[in-house]
Design a protein around this ligand. Structure first.
Ligand code: A3P
Length: 303
C-alpha cells in the first residue's frame, strides 16, 4: 500500500512501517547489506526528536581524545554531515558503500523501527541509542521543518489534517507508537544493548544523561575529565544556542542543497501549546493513552 505524504512524496507500507519514498531504496539496501561491527554506535530516533543534538553529543564524546572542542569538526560541519543517516545518506547514494575503513567507534544514525533493523545490528554487540520526544512537539517541529524546505506545502495541509494522519499511523517511519514501543521493549530486555533517552529529560538536565551516554558508548569520562569540567563543556558546546549560532549551521548547506539551519528552530519543550487546539491535543493524547496502555513507556511516548 502507498499513501500520499503531504510533503510532496509518498509513504510506502513496508513490513508494518510507513517508509518515505525518499529513503525507501536506501532503507532496503541498508537492511540487506549493512554489516555491524561490535564497536558501532547506532543513533536511532523518530524524525524531529532531537537527532541533530544526539549526533553532536555522541560525536563530541567519541572524538574528544582526537580533537579539543576548540578544534572540533562540529565547528565547521553540521552534525548530520559527521554522523550520516544510513538510509538517507549512505545507502541512498550507494547500495554497497565501503564502510570498513571508518575508525571505531563508527557512529551512524537511522530512523528505522526496531523490527526492521538489519539482523547484524541485532546479533552483534553494537550499541543502540534511542531518543524519543513528545509527539505533540514532534508534530509541530515536523510541520515547521517541511514548511522551511517546501513553503508551498504548509499552505497545502492544515495542522488538523496532519494530526489526523498521525492518528492513523501515517507518519514517516510510523506508526509512532510502534516505533517507541519497539525500542522501549528492547531497552527493557537488553539494557546493555539499547539505551532509551528522552528529549524532555535532557532539556531538564543534560549532565547526567551525557555521562550515561558516554558510559554506554564505552567512552566514560575519567575523574580528571569530570574535575576539569569536560562534561559541562561538551553539554554547552552541543547546546541549541551554541550549535544554532555556528556559521556552518546558520548559512551552510547540506550536500543535498538544504540549508543546515532547517535543523535548528526553537529547541524547546511544550511549543505545541502555541499551535495545537485543545481538540487536537485531546485526540492525540487519548490515542497515546490507548496505544501505550499497560506499558511503562507511557510517559515516555507522551512526554
Ligand atoms: P523544534 O522544531 O521544536 O525547535 P531533529 O534533529 O530530530 O531533526 O529534531 C529537530 C528538533 O530538535 C528541532 O525542534 C530543533 O530545534 C531541535 N534541536 C536541534 N538541535 C538541538 C539542540 N542542540 N538542543 C536541543 N534541541 C535541538
Amino acid at each position: 500500500p502507498k499513501e500520499s505524504n503531504w510533503d510532496g512524496g509518498y509513504l510506502y507500507q513496508y513490513q508494518g512501517c510507513w517508509c518515505p519514498s525518499l529513503s525507501f531504496q536506501g532503507l532496503i539496501s541498508f537492511q540487506r547489506h549493512f554489516q555491524a561491527h561490535d564497536t558501532d554506535v547506532i543513533l536511532i530516533t523518530p524524525p524531529k526528536s532531537g537527532t541533530t543534538w544526539l549526533k553532536a553529543l555522541a560525536f563530541a564524546i567519541a572524538n574528544r581524545m582526537h580533537y579539543p572542542l576548540s578544534q572540533s569538526p562540529l565547528l565547521t560541519s553540521n552534525p548530520h554531515h559527521l554522523v550520516p543517516f544510513l538510509e538517507f545518506n549512505i545507502y541512498h547514494e550507494n547500495p554497497f558503500p565501503n564502510l570498513e575503513n571508518i575508525h571505531s567507534p563508527r557512529i551512524f544514525s537511522t530512523h528505522t523501527p526496531y523490527a526492521l533493523l538489519p539482523s547484524s545490528i541485532k546479533d552483534s554487540k553494537c550499541k543502540i541509542v534511542y531518543l524519543c520526544r513528545n509527539p505533540l512537539d514532534r508534530l509541530v517541529s515536523y510541520w515547521h521543518f517541511i514548511g522551511k524546505l517546501r513553503p508551498e506545502t504548509v499552505e497545502a495541509i492544515s495542522l488538523d489534517q496532519l494530526v489526523d494522519m498521525f492518528c492513523r499511523g501515517l507518519t514517516a517511519y510510523g506508526p509512532f507508537w510502534d516505533h517507541v514501543l519497539g525500542y522501549w521493549k528492547a531497552s527493557q530486555e537488553m539494557p546493555n544493548k539499547v539505551l532509551f533517552l528522552q528529549y524532555e529529560d535532557m532539556k531538564v538536565e543534560i549532565v547526567s544523561p551525557l555521562k550515561t551516554l558516554a558510559d554506554f558508548m564505552g567512552c566514560p569520562f575519567s575523574l580528571d575529565e569530570e574535575k576539569q569540567g569536560m562534561v559541562e563543556e561538551i553539554a554547552s558546546f552541543c547546546s541549541f544556542n551554541n550549535l544554532k549560532e555556528l556559521e556552518v549551521n546558520k548559512t551552510g548547506k547540506f550536500h543535498t542543497g538544504k540549508q543546515n539551519n532547517v535543523f535548528f528552530r526553537k529547541g524547546e519543550v511544550g511549543d505545541w501549546a502555541n499551535y495545537l487546539t485543545p481538540g487536537m491535543v485531546e485526540r492525540m493524547e487519548k490515542l497515546m493513552e490507548e496505544k501505550l496502555e499497560g506499558s511503562t513507556s507511557k510517559r515516555r511516548g507522551r512526554g
